[in-house]
Design a protein around this ligand. Sequence first.
Ligand SMILES: [Zn+2]
Ligand SMILES: [Zn+2]
Length: 136
Amino acid sequence: MSDLLERLRARGWRLTSQRRVVAEVLDGDHVHLTADEVHARAADRLPEISRATVYNTLGELVTLGEVLEVATDGRAKRYDPNAHHPHQHLVCSACGTIRDVHPDRDPLAALPAAERFGFAVATAEVTYRGLCPDCA
Ligand SMILES: [Zn+2]
Ligand SMILES: [Zn+2]
């Protein structure tokens, strides 16, 4: 589990019912929802929740560093609660399903000094693409 709710409680984030529902929708493993999907699921539990509230709450969670924004090209940004365990993504080119994966080698360490051109390289993202079992 991503234990997002526990992390937010530990940080003293004010959990209104609306914020709680957004955090509950995002909690879990391999969660990579678009803002619209978060809104739809949140509205199942709390019908009065507005799209603006969901978007604002997502923005705050990203600013807090508790949720990651994942950009998979050409598609809407997705929100990932697995913010404290370094991982990469495996993406289905057909249906867009995303899994969290852990390569054997740290992709940051895999870039030799000679290929860094003097940059102080801070992060690396690797996206593995292909067809998931349902689309293959
Ligand atoms: Zn697929
Ligand atoms: Zn992820």
